[in-house]
Design a protein around this ligand. Structure first.
Ligand code: NAP
Length: 534
Protein backbone atom coordinates (compact mmCIF):
# COMPACT_ATOMS: atom_id res chain seq x y z
CA UNK A 1 0.00 0.00 0.00
CA UNK A 2 1.35 3.46 -0.82
CA UNK A 3 2.06 6.04 1.87
CA UNK A 4 -0.54 8.78 2.23
CA UNK A 5 1.02 12.24 2.56
CA UNK A 6 -0.42 15.02 4.74
CA UNK A 7 0.62 18.29 6.34
CA UNK A 8 -1.11 17.26 9.54
CA UNK A 9 -2.61 14.08 10.90
CA UNK A 10 -5.00 14.51 13.81
CA UNK A 11 -5.79 11.57 16.07
CA UNK A 12 -9.43 11.56 17.19
CA UNK A 13 -12.66 13.15 15.95
CA UNK A 14 -13.91 14.48 19.26
CA UNK A 15 -14.30 18.08 20.37
CA UNK A 16 -10.59 18.90 19.96
CA UNK A 17 -9.96 16.89 16.78
CA UNK A 18 -12.93 18.34 14.93
CA UNK A 19 -11.93 21.87 15.80
CA UNK A 20 -8.29 21.19 14.87
CA UNK A 21 -9.42 19.96 11.47
CA UNK A 22 -11.59 23.03 10.98
CA UNK A 23 -8.77 25.44 11.93
CA UNK A 24 -6.00 23.83 9.88
CA UNK A 25 -8.16 23.31 6.82
CA UNK A 26 -9.21 26.96 7.03
CA UNK A 27 -5.49 27.88 6.80
CA UNK A 28 -5.03 25.70 3.72
CA UNK A 29 -3.28 22.67 5.20
CA UNK A 30 -3.92 19.14 3.96
CA UNK A 31 -5.28 17.36 7.03
CA UNK A 32 -6.53 13.88 7.83
CA UNK A 33 -8.32 12.95 11.05
CA UNK A 34 -7.99 9.30 12.05
CA UNK A 35 -10.79 8.05 14.28
CA UNK A 36 -11.22 4.59 15.81
CA UNK A 37 -15.01 4.90 16.14
CA UNK A 38 -17.56 4.58 13.38
CA UNK A 39 -18.61 8.21 13.77
CA UNK A 40 -17.61 11.59 15.19
CA UNK A 41 -18.01 12.77 18.79
CA UNK A 42 -15.12 11.34 20.84
CA UNK A 43 -16.28 11.21 24.46
CA UNK A 44 -19.83 11.87 23.29
CA UNK A 45 -19.64 9.02 20.81
CA UNK A 46 -18.16 6.37 23.11
CA UNK A 47 -19.92 7.20 26.39
CA UNK A 48 -23.52 6.48 25.43
CA UNK A 49 -24.40 4.56 28.59
CA UNK A 50 -27.81 5.11 30.23
CA UNK A 51 -27.98 8.52 31.88
CA UNK A 52 -24.86 9.95 30.21
CA UNK A 53 -25.06 13.70 30.48
CA UNK A 54 -22.63 16.61 30.40
CA UNK A 55 -22.18 18.47 33.65
CA UNK A 56 -20.95 21.75 32.21
CA UNK A 57 -23.68 24.25 31.38
CA UNK A 58 -24.60 24.09 27.71
CA UNK A 59 -24.11 27.81 27.13
CA UNK A 60 -20.39 27.42 27.87
CA UNK A 61 -19.85 23.86 26.65
CA UNK A 62 -19.70 24.60 22.94
CA UNK A 63 -17.62 25.95 20.09
CA UNK A 64 -16.88 29.64 19.83
CA UNK A 65 -15.59 29.95 16.27
CA UNK A 66 -18.89 30.92 14.66
CA UNK A 67 -21.55 33.19 16.08
CA UNK A 68 -23.75 32.23 13.16
CA UNK A 69 -23.69 28.53 14.08
CA UNK A 70 -24.15 29.43 17.71
CA UNK A 71 -27.29 31.35 16.83
CA UNK A 72 -28.66 28.45 14.82
CA UNK A 73 -28.29 25.87 17.56
CA UNK A 74 -30.74 25.67 20.47
CA UNK A 75 -29.86 23.77 23.64
CA UNK A 76 -32.88 22.28 25.33
CA UNK A 77 -31.48 21.96 28.85
CA UNK A 78 -28.92 23.58 31.10
CA UNK A 79 -27.03 20.25 31.27
CA UNK A 80 -27.72 18.34 28.06
CA UNK A 81 -27.85 14.59 27.59
CA UNK A 82 -25.29 12.63 25.60
CA UNK A 83 -27.66 12.28 22.60
CA UNK A 84 -28.12 16.05 22.47
CA UNK A 85 -24.34 16.65 22.71
CA UNK A 86 -23.79 14.15 19.94
CA UNK A 87 -26.43 15.85 17.77
CA UNK A 88 -24.74 19.21 18.35
CA UNK A 89 -21.33 17.89 17.28
CA UNK A 90 -22.91 16.31 14.19
CA UNK A 91 -24.58 19.64 13.39
CA UNK A 92 -21.17 21.36 13.49
CA UNK A 93 -19.53 18.63 11.42
CA UNK A 94 -22.25 18.72 8.78
CA UNK A 95 -22.41 22.49 8.57
CA UNK A 96 -18.62 22.75 8.23
CA UNK A 97 -18.39 19.74 5.93
CA UNK A 98 -15.73 18.15 8.14
CA UNK A 99 -16.61 14.50 7.56
CA UNK A 100 -14.83 14.25 4.20
CA UNK A 101 -11.44 14.56 5.91
CA UNK A 102 -12.10 12.00 8.64
CA UNK A 103 -11.19 8.35 8.27
CA UNK A 104 -13.33 6.22 10.60
CA UNK A 105 -12.84 2.72 12.03
CA UNK A 106 -9.09 3.20 11.97
CA UNK A 107 -6.86 3.11 15.03
CA UNK A 108 -3.35 4.56 15.01
CA UNK A 109 -0.96 1.82 16.08
CA UNK A 110 2.39 3.55 15.87
CA UNK A 111 3.97 6.89 15.04
CA UNK A 112 7.68 7.37 14.61
CA UNK A 113 9.61 10.50 13.78
CA UNK A 114 12.03 10.36 10.88
CA UNK A 115 14.83 12.78 11.69
CA UNK A 116 16.03 12.93 8.08
CA UNK A 117 12.74 13.71 6.37
CA UNK A 118 11.40 15.59 9.45
CA UNK A 119 8.14 13.70 9.12
CA UNK A 120 6.05 11.43 11.27
CA UNK A 121 5.37 7.99 9.85
CA UNK A 122 2.10 6.60 11.15
CA UNK A 123 0.76 3.07 10.87
CA UNK A 124 -2.80 1.99 11.54
CA UNK A 125 -4.68 -1.20 12.33
CA UNK A 126 -6.10 -1.07 8.80
CA UNK A 127 -2.57 -1.63 7.44
CA UNK A 128 -2.19 1.89 6.04
CA UNK A 129 0.82 4.17 6.37
CA UNK A 130 0.55 7.94 6.63
CA UNK A 131 3.36 10.45 6.42
CA UNK A 132 2.84 13.88 7.94
CA UNK A 133 4.82 16.91 9.03
CA UNK A 134 2.67 17.52 12.11
CA UNK A 135 1.07 14.92 14.34
CA UNK A 136 -1.63 16.25 16.65
CA UNK A 137 -3.07 14.08 19.37
CA UNK A 138 -6.72 14.85 20.11
CA UNK A 139 -7.31 11.38 21.52
CA UNK A 140 -9.05 12.56 24.67
CA UNK A 141 -8.06 12.80 28.33
CA UNK A 142 -10.54 10.10 29.34
CA UNK A 143 -10.54 7.70 26.42
CA UNK A 144 -8.54 4.65 27.50
CA UNK A 145 -10.94 2.63 29.69
CA UNK A 146 -9.66 0.60 32.63
CA UNK A 147 -11.42 -2.53 33.77
CA UNK A 148 -10.60 -4.94 36.57
CA UNK A 149 -10.55 -8.66 35.81
CA UNK A 150 -11.95 -11.22 38.21
CA UNK A 151 -11.21 -14.92 38.55
CA UNK A 152 -13.78 -16.90 36.57
CA UNK A 153 -14.94 -13.90 34.50
CA UNK A 154 -14.53 -15.82 31.25
CA UNK A 155 -17.20 -18.30 32.37
CA UNK A 156 -19.88 -15.61 32.81
CA UNK A 157 -22.83 -16.39 30.51
CA UNK A 158 -24.52 -13.01 30.81
CA UNK A 159 -23.47 -9.74 29.17
CA UNK A 160 -20.59 -7.47 30.27
CA UNK A 161 -20.07 -3.87 29.20
CA UNK A 162 -17.70 -1.04 30.00
CA UNK A 163 -19.62 2.25 30.04
CA UNK A 164 -17.09 3.79 27.64
CA UNK A 165 -17.76 1.04 25.09
CA UNK A 166 -21.54 1.06 25.29
CA UNK A 167 -23.18 -0.46 22.18
CA UNK A 168 -24.74 2.00 19.78
CA UNK A 169 -27.89 -0.10 19.53
CA UNK A 170 -28.34 0.13 23.32
CA UNK A 171 -28.82 -2.62 25.89
CA UNK A 172 -32.16 -3.81 27.20
CA UNK A 173 -31.92 -3.58 30.98
CA UNK A 174 -35.63 -3.72 31.77
CA UNK A 175 -36.46 -6.46 34.26
CA UNK A 176 -32.83 -7.66 34.40
CA UNK A 177 -30.56 -8.30 37.36
CA UNK A 178 -27.73 -5.83 36.86
CA UNK A 179 -24.42 -5.24 38.64
CA UNK A 180 -22.69 -1.87 38.38
CA UNK A 181 -19.02 -1.95 39.37
CA UNK A 182 -17.63 1.50 40.19
CA UNK A 183 -19.46 4.53 41.54
CA UNK A 184 -17.61 7.54 40.13
CA UNK A 185 -19.24 10.22 37.96
CA UNK A 186 -20.20 7.62 35.36
CA UNK A 187 -21.43 4.95 37.76
CA UNK A 188 -23.56 7.55 39.53
CA UNK A 189 -25.26 8.55 36.27
CA UNK A 190 -25.91 4.91 35.39
CA UNK A 191 -27.18 3.93 38.85
CA UNK A 192 -29.62 6.84 39.25
CA UNK A 193 -30.96 6.20 35.74
CA UNK A 194 -31.46 2.44 35.73
CA UNK A 195 -32.48 1.76 39.36
CA UNK A 196 -36.19 2.03 38.63
CA UNK A 197 -35.97 0.05 35.39
CA UNK A 198 -34.11 -3.09 36.40
CA UNK A 199 -35.40 -5.94 38.52
CA UNK A 200 -32.39 -5.90 40.83
CA UNK A 201 -29.42 -3.56 40.95
CA UNK A 202 -26.30 -4.47 42.89
CA UNK A 203 -23.69 -1.74 43.17
CA UNK A 204 -20.09 -2.68 43.90
CA UNK A 205 -18.52 0.49 45.24
CA UNK A 206 -14.86 0.97 46.17
CA UNK A 207 -14.67 4.68 46.98
CA UNK A 208 -17.78 6.80 47.59
CA UNK A 209 -17.98 10.29 46.08
CA UNK A 210 -19.07 13.67 47.34
CA UNK A 211 -21.67 14.92 44.89
CA UNK A 212 -23.74 18.03 44.18
CA UNK A 213 -27.43 17.84 43.17
CA UNK A 214 -27.78 18.99 39.57
CA UNK A 215 -30.17 21.86 38.96
CA UNK A 216 -31.19 21.20 35.39
CA UNK A 217 -34.10 23.30 34.15
CA UNK A 218 -35.35 23.16 30.57
CA UNK A 219 -34.19 26.28 28.78
CA UNK A 220 -36.75 28.73 27.42
CA UNK A 221 -36.39 30.87 24.29
CA UNK A 222 -35.72 33.80 26.60
CA UNK A 223 -32.84 31.90 28.28
CA UNK A 224 -31.35 30.89 24.96
CA UNK A 225 -31.62 34.39 23.49
CA UNK A 226 -30.02 35.89 26.56
CA UNK A 227 -27.02 33.55 26.19
CA UNK A 228 -26.80 34.17 22.45
CA UNK A 229 -26.64 37.90 23.02
CA UNK A 230 -23.66 37.31 25.32
CA UNK A 231 -21.74 35.25 22.73
CA UNK A 232 -18.66 37.51 22.53
CA UNK A 233 -18.59 38.24 26.23
CA UNK A 234 -18.84 34.56 27.19
CA UNK A 235 -16.25 33.51 24.62
CA UNK A 236 -13.74 35.86 26.27
CA UNK A 237 -14.84 35.29 29.79
CA UNK A 238 -14.36 31.52 29.94
CA UNK A 239 -10.66 31.91 29.15
CA UNK A 240 -10.15 34.27 32.06
CA UNK A 241 -11.60 32.22 34.91
CA UNK A 242 -10.08 29.59 37.17
CA UNK A 243 -11.65 26.54 35.54
CA UNK A 244 -12.98 27.82 32.20
CA UNK A 245 -16.61 28.42 33.16
CA UNK A 246 -18.39 31.77 33.17
CA UNK A 247 -18.20 31.88 36.96
CA UNK A 248 -15.03 32.29 38.96
CA UNK A 249 -13.64 31.64 42.44
CA UNK A 250 -15.21 33.67 45.23
CA UNK A 251 -13.07 36.81 45.55
CA UNK A 252 -13.59 36.84 49.32
CA UNK A 253 -11.18 34.96 51.49
CA UNK A 254 -12.77 32.23 53.63
CA UNK A 255 -11.13 33.62 56.76
CA UNK A 256 -12.73 37.04 56.41
CA UNK A 257 -16.21 35.50 56.78
CA UNK A 258 -17.79 34.62 60.11
CA UNK A 259 -18.85 31.03 60.59
CA UNK A 260 -22.50 32.00 59.87
CA UNK A 261 -21.46 33.86 56.73
CA UNK A 262 -19.45 30.86 55.56
CA UNK A 263 -22.46 28.57 55.95
CA UNK A 264 -24.69 31.10 54.21
CA UNK A 265 -22.22 31.42 51.33
CA UNK A 266 -22.11 27.63 50.99
CA UNK A 267 -25.92 27.38 51.00
CA UNK A 268 -26.16 30.02 48.28
CA UNK A 269 -23.75 28.33 45.87
CA UNK A 270 -25.13 24.90 46.71
CA UNK A 271 -28.51 26.11 45.45
CA UNK A 272 -27.01 26.81 42.02
CA UNK A 273 -26.80 23.04 41.48
CA UNK A 274 -23.67 23.15 39.37
CA UNK A 275 -19.94 22.58 39.70
CA UNK A 276 -19.69 26.16 40.95
CA UNK A 277 -19.88 24.83 44.52
CA UNK A 278 -16.58 23.09 43.77
CA UNK A 279 -14.52 25.14 41.31
CA UNK A 280 -16.26 28.50 41.65
CA UNK A 281 -16.26 28.96 45.40
CA UNK A 282 -13.42 29.08 47.93
CA UNK A 283 -9.92 28.20 46.72
CA UNK A 284 -8.94 27.48 50.32
CA UNK A 285 -10.82 24.16 50.08
CA UNK A 286 -7.97 22.86 47.88
CA UNK A 287 -5.13 23.89 50.18
CA UNK A 288 -6.35 24.31 53.76
CA UNK A 289 -7.36 21.19 55.68
CA UNK A 290 -9.49 23.12 58.18
CA UNK A 291 -11.50 24.84 55.44
CA UNK A 292 -11.80 21.62 53.54
CA UNK A 293 -13.18 19.90 56.65
CA UNK A 294 -15.92 22.50 57.12
CA UNK A 295 -16.97 22.22 53.48
CA UNK A 296 -16.77 18.41 53.54
CA UNK A 297 -18.97 18.31 56.66
CA UNK A 298 -21.47 20.60 54.94
CA UNK A 299 -21.74 18.21 51.99
CA UNK A 300 -21.81 15.08 54.16
CA UNK A 301 -24.79 16.51 56.04
CA UNK A 302 -26.61 17.18 52.77
CA UNK A 303 -26.03 13.60 51.64
CA UNK A 304 -27.00 12.02 54.96
CA UNK A 305 -30.42 13.73 54.92
CA UNK A 306 -31.42 11.81 51.81
CA UNK A 307 -30.58 8.23 52.77
CA UNK A 308 -33.07 6.19 54.84
CA UNK A 309 -30.81 3.42 56.12
CA UNK A 310 -27.97 4.61 58.40
CA UNK A 311 -25.77 1.68 57.37
CA UNK A 312 -26.20 2.55 53.69
CA UNK A 313 -25.49 6.20 54.55
CA UNK A 314 -22.28 5.15 56.30
CA UNK A 315 -21.13 3.42 53.13
CA UNK A 316 -22.11 6.23 50.77
CA UNK A 317 -20.62 9.15 52.68
CA UNK A 318 -16.91 9.69 52.03
CA UNK A 319 -14.71 9.91 55.11
CA UNK A 320 -11.28 9.00 53.78
CA UNK A 321 -10.69 12.22 51.82
CA UNK A 322 -12.06 15.74 51.66
CA UNK A 323 -14.58 17.38 49.38
CA UNK A 324 -13.29 18.57 46.02
CA UNK A 325 -10.13 16.48 46.04
CA UNK A 326 -11.69 14.06 43.56
CA UNK A 327 -13.56 15.22 40.47
CA UNK A 328 -17.01 16.06 41.91
CA UNK A 329 -20.00 14.55 40.05
CA UNK A 330 -23.40 16.19 39.74
CA UNK A 331 -26.34 13.87 40.47
CA UNK A 332 -30.12 13.64 40.26
CA UNK A 333 -31.94 11.34 42.72
CA UNK A 334 -28.76 9.28 43.16
CA UNK A 335 -29.14 8.68 46.89
CA UNK A 336 -32.87 8.01 46.54
CA UNK A 337 -31.93 5.03 44.34
CA UNK A 338 -30.46 3.37 47.45
CA UNK A 339 -33.76 3.85 49.32
CA UNK A 340 -35.39 1.43 46.86
CA UNK A 341 -35.93 -2.22 47.80
CA UNK A 342 -34.40 -3.49 44.55
CA UNK A 343 -31.01 -1.76 45.07
CA UNK A 344 -28.19 -3.23 47.15
CA UNK A 345 -24.85 -1.61 47.91
CA UNK A 346 -21.69 -3.66 48.43
CA UNK A 347 -18.52 -1.99 49.68
CA UNK A 348 -15.72 -3.92 48.03
CA UNK A 349 -13.12 -2.58 50.46
CA UNK A 350 -15.02 -4.34 53.26
CA UNK A 351 -16.32 -7.24 51.20
CA UNK A 352 -14.25 -7.81 48.04
CA UNK A 353 -15.39 -9.63 44.91
CA UNK A 354 -13.88 -13.12 45.01
CA UNK A 355 -14.96 -14.51 41.68
CA UNK A 356 -17.40 -14.33 38.82
CA UNK A 357 -19.30 -17.52 38.03
CA UNK A 358 -21.51 -18.45 35.07
CA UNK A 359 -24.37 -16.39 36.48
CA UNK A 360 -23.20 -14.49 39.54
CA UNK A 361 -20.66 -12.39 41.39
CA UNK A 362 -19.40 -14.00 44.60
CA UNK A 363 -18.18 -11.79 47.44
CA UNK A 364 -15.84 -12.59 50.32
CA UNK A 365 -18.73 -12.86 52.81
CA UNK A 366 -19.91 -15.95 50.86
CA UNK A 367 -22.89 -14.22 49.24
CA UNK A 368 -23.73 -15.10 45.65
CA UNK A 369 -25.20 -12.16 43.72
CA UNK A 370 -27.05 -13.53 40.71
CA UNK A 371 -26.76 -11.16 37.74
CA UNK A 372 -27.67 -11.08 34.04
CA UNK A 373 -25.56 -8.04 33.13
CA UNK A 374 -22.35 -6.59 34.58
CA UNK A 375 -21.62 -2.93 33.88
CA UNK A 376 -18.08 -1.73 34.49
CA UNK A 377 -18.01 1.99 35.32
CA UNK A 378 -14.42 1.69 36.45
CA UNK A 379 -12.89 4.73 34.80
CA UNK A 380 -9.93 5.52 32.59
CA UNK A 381 -6.17 5.69 32.30
CA UNK A 382 -6.57 9.46 32.32
CA UNK A 383 -4.53 11.97 30.34
CA UNK A 384 -1.72 9.58 29.46
CA UNK A 385 -3.68 6.56 28.14
CA UNK A 386 -4.56 8.09 24.77
CA UNK A 387 -0.84 8.48 23.99
CA UNK A 388 0.71 5.47 25.70
CA UNK A 389 -1.55 2.98 23.94
CA UNK A 390 0.13 4.12 20.68
CA UNK A 391 3.77 3.20 20.10
CA UNK A 392 5.08 6.76 19.69
CA UNK A 393 8.80 7.08 18.92
CA UNK A 394 10.55 10.43 18.87
CA UNK A 395 14.16 11.41 18.26
CA UNK A 396 16.58 8.48 18.56
CA UNK A 397 13.71 6.02 18.90
CA UNK A 398 12.71 7.27 22.37
CA UNK A 399 9.26 6.11 23.45
CA UNK A 400 6.56 8.07 25.27
CA UNK A 401 5.23 4.89 26.82
CA UNK A 402 8.63 4.00 28.26
CA UNK A 403 9.39 7.53 29.42
CA UNK A 404 6.00 8.02 31.05
CA UNK A 405 6.21 4.66 32.80
CA UNK A 406 8.98 6.33 34.83
CA UNK A 407 7.86 9.97 34.99
CA UNK A 408 5.08 11.91 33.28
CA UNK A 409 6.45 15.15 31.79
CA UNK A 410 5.22 17.59 29.13
CA UNK A 411 5.69 21.21 28.19
CA UNK A 412 2.37 22.86 29.09
CA UNK A 413 0.67 19.68 27.90
CA UNK A 414 1.23 20.95 24.36
CA UNK A 415 4.57 19.45 23.38
CA UNK A 416 6.96 16.84 24.73
CA UNK A 417 10.72 17.30 24.60
CA UNK A 418 12.23 14.70 22.28
CA UNK A 419 9.17 14.55 20.01
CA UNK A 420 9.41 17.37 17.44
CA UNK A 421 6.27 18.46 15.60
CA UNK A 422 4.09 16.38 17.91
CA UNK A 423 1.37 18.47 19.53
CA UNK A 424 -0.97 17.24 22.24
CA UNK A 425 -4.35 18.30 23.62
CA UNK A 426 -5.91 16.97 26.82
CA UNK A 427 -2.45 15.76 27.85
CA UNK A 428 -0.82 15.86 31.30
CA UNK A 429 0.32 19.08 32.97
CA UNK A 430 -2.31 21.32 31.37
CA UNK A 431 -5.76 22.19 32.79
CA UNK A 432 -7.28 20.24 29.91
CA UNK A 433 -6.03 17.03 31.52
CA UNK A 434 -8.76 17.30 34.14
CA UNK A 435 -9.42 20.67 35.74
CA UNK A 436 -11.26 22.57 33.09
CA UNK A 437 -14.52 23.06 31.30
CA UNK A 438 -13.26 20.93 28.46
CA UNK A 439 -14.51 22.94 25.49
CA UNK A 440 -12.75 26.05 26.81
CA UNK A 441 -9.40 24.36 27.25
CA UNK A 442 -9.44 22.23 24.14
CA UNK A 443 -10.26 25.16 21.87
CA UNK A 444 -7.58 27.27 23.52
CA UNK A 445 -5.00 24.52 22.94
CA UNK A 446 -6.06 23.97 19.33
CA UNK A 447 -5.81 27.72 18.68
CA UNK A 448 -2.31 27.74 20.20
CA UNK A 449 -1.20 24.76 18.09
CA UNK A 450 -2.63 26.31 14.92
CA UNK A 451 -0.87 29.61 15.59
CA UNK A 452 2.38 27.74 16.28
CA UNK A 453 2.20 25.90 12.95
CA UNK A 454 1.49 29.20 11.20
CA UNK A 455 4.45 30.79 12.98
CA UNK A 456 6.78 28.03 11.75
CA UNK A 457 5.54 28.56 8.23
CA UNK A 458 6.05 32.32 8.46
CA UNK A 459 9.65 31.75 9.59
CA UNK A 460 10.19 29.16 6.84
CA UNK A 461 11.09 26.53 9.44
CA UNK A 462 10.10 22.88 9.35
CA UNK A 463 10.36 21.69 12.91
CA UNK A 464 9.55 22.83 16.42
CA UNK A 465 10.38 21.08 19.66
CA UNK A 466 10.13 22.10 23.30
CA UNK A 467 13.64 22.34 24.69
CA UNK A 468 14.64 20.26 27.69
CA UNK A 469 15.11 23.38 29.82
CA UNK A 470 11.67 24.74 28.88
CA UNK A 471 10.11 21.43 29.83
CA UNK A 472 12.05 21.30 33.12
CA UNK A 473 10.87 24.83 33.91
CA UNK A 474 7.22 23.94 33.27
CA UNK A 475 7.35 20.68 35.22
CA UNK A 476 8.93 22.52 38.17
CA UNK A 477 6.27 25.25 38.03
CA UNK A 478 3.50 22.62 37.82
CA UNK A 479 4.90 20.70 40.79
CA UNK A 480 5.42 23.84 42.83
CA UNK A 481 1.71 24.69 42.61
CA UNK A 482 0.48 21.14 42.86
CA UNK A 483 2.47 20.26 45.97
CA UNK A 484 0.76 23.01 47.96
CA UNK A 485 -2.64 21.40 47.35
CA UNK A 486 -4.50 18.65 49.17
CA UNK A 487 -5.22 16.99 45.81
CA UNK A 488 -1.59 15.94 45.56
CA UNK A 489 -1.98 14.09 48.87
CA UNK A 490 -5.18 12.27 47.85
CA UNK A 491 -5.55 9.08 45.85
CA UNK A 492 -7.69 9.51 42.74
CA UNK A 493 -7.41 9.35 38.99
CA UNK A 494 -6.18 12.96 39.19
CA UNK A 495 -2.97 11.53 40.69
CA UNK A 496 -2.93 8.46 38.48
CA UNK A 497 -3.51 6.21 41.47
CA UNK A 498 -6.37 4.28 39.82
CA UNK A 499 -3.89 2.65 37.43
CA UNK A 500 -1.38 0.24 38.93
CA UNK A 501 2.21 1.33 38.44
CA UNK A 502 1.34 4.76 36.99
CA UNK A 503 3.88 7.31 38.21
CA UNK A 504 2.36 9.72 40.69
CA UNK A 505 2.00 13.34 39.62
CA UNK A 506 -1.04 15.62 39.57
CA UNK A 507 -2.12 15.11 35.97
CA UNK A 508 -3.81 18.46 35.60
CA UNK A 509 -2.22 21.88 35.94
CA UNK A 510 -3.97 23.48 38.93
CA UNK A 511 -2.70 27.05 38.61
CA UNK A 512 -5.91 28.03 36.78
CA UNK A 513 -7.12 28.19 33.21
CA UNK A 514 -6.57 31.95 33.24
CA UNK A 515 -2.94 31.61 34.38
CA UNK A 516 -2.27 28.77 31.96
CA UNK A 517 -3.69 30.81 29.11
CA UNK A 518 -1.34 33.66 30.05
CA UNK A 519 1.66 31.29 30.00
CA UNK A 520 0.63 30.13 26.51
CA UNK A 521 0.25 33.74 25.34
CA UNK A 522 3.66 34.66 26.76
CA UNK A 523 5.29 31.96 24.64
CA UNK A 524 3.72 33.39 21.50
CA UNK A 525 4.59 36.96 22.45
CA UNK A 526 8.21 35.90 23.04
CA UNK A 527 8.47 34.26 19.61
CA UNK A 528 8.39 30.75 21.07
CA UNK A 529 11.44 31.24 23.28
CA UNK A 530 12.28 27.89 24.89
CA UNK A 531 11.29 26.00 21.77
CA UNK A 532 13.90 24.91 19.23
CA UNK A 533 13.12 25.74 15.61
CA UNK A 534 14.89 24.05 12.75
P1 NAP B 1 -13.83 7.30 37.87
O1 NAP B 1 -14.19 8.63 38.37
O2 NAP B 1 -12.41 6.90 37.84
O3 NAP B 1 -14.68 6.28 38.70
C1 NAP B 1 -14.46 4.91 38.60
C2 NAP B 1 -14.89 4.29 39.88
O4 NAP B 1 -14.72 2.89 39.77
C3 NAP B 1 -14.05 4.76 41.06
O5 NAP B 1 -14.88 5.08 42.13
C4 NAP B 1 -13.19 3.53 41.33
O6 NAP B 1 -12.84 3.42 42.68
C5 NAP B 1 -14.12 2.45 40.95
N1 NAP B 1 -13.46 1.18 40.69
C6 NAP B 1 -12.37 0.94 39.94
N2 NAP B 1 -12.07 -0.36 39.99
C7 NAP B 1 -12.98 -0.94 40.80
C8 NAP B 1 -13.19 -2.24 41.27
N3 NAP B 1 -12.37 -3.23 40.92
N4 NAP B 1 -14.24 -2.47 42.09
C9 NAP B 1 -15.06 -1.48 42.47
N5 NAP B 1 -14.88 -0.22 42.07
C10 NAP B 1 -13.86 0.04 41.25
O7 NAP B 1 -14.39 7.06 36.38
P2 NAP B 1 -15.73 7.63 35.76
O8 NAP B 1 -16.84 7.52 36.72
O9 NAP B 1 -15.88 7.00 34.43
O10 NAP B 1 -15.44 9.14 35.59
C11 NAP B 1 -14.20 9.59 35.05
C12 NAP B 1 -14.30 11.04 34.75
O11 NAP B 1 -15.07 11.21 33.56
C13 NAP B 1 -15.02 11.86 35.78
O12 NAP B 1 -14.26 12.13 36.91
C14 NAP B 1 -15.36 13.07 34.96
O13 NAP B 1 -14.25 13.91 34.81
C15 NAP B 1 -15.70 12.46 33.62
N6 NAP B 1 -17.15 12.26 33.51
C16 NAP B 1 -17.88 13.36 33.22
C17 NAP B 1 -19.23 13.25 33.14
C18 NAP B 1 -20.02 14.46 32.82
O14 NAP B 1 -19.56 15.47 32.38
N7 NAP B 1 -21.26 14.41 33.04
C19 NAP B 1 -19.86 12.04 33.37
C20 NAP B 1 -19.09 10.93 33.65
C21 NAP B 1 -17.72 11.05 33.71
P3 NAP B 1 -11.51 4.14 43.25
O15 NAP B 1 -11.87 5.58 43.36
O16 NAP B 1 -11.28 3.47 44.54
O17 NAP B 1 -10.40 3.89 42.25
Amino acid sequence: MSTLEYDAVVIGAGIAGLYQLYRLREKGYKVKVIEAGTDIGGTWYWNRYPGARVDSQSHVYQYWFSEELNNEWSWSERFPTQPEQERYLNFIVDRCDLRRDIQFETRVKSASYNEDSLRWIITTDTGETFSTQFLISCGGMLSAPVKPTYPGEEKFKGQMFHTARWPREGVNLAGKRVAVIGAGATGIQVIQTIASEVEKLTVFQRTPQYTIPMNNPKLTDADRNAFKKRFHELKEKVLGTYVGFDYDLDPRSWAELSSDEQQQALEEIWADGSLQFWVGSFFEMFVDEEVNKVISDFVRKKIRQRINDPEVARKLIPTEYGFGLHRVPLETNYYEAYNRDNVELICVKENPVEEVTESAIKTADGQVHEVDIIIFATGFDAATGALTRIDIRGRGGRSIKEEWSKEIRTTLGLQIHGYPNLFTTGAPLAPSAALCNMTTCLQQQVDWITACIEFLKSKEKSEIEASESKQDEWVAHHDEISKSTLLAKTNSWYMGSNVEGKPRRLLSYIGGVNTYHQHCRDIVENDYAGFDLR
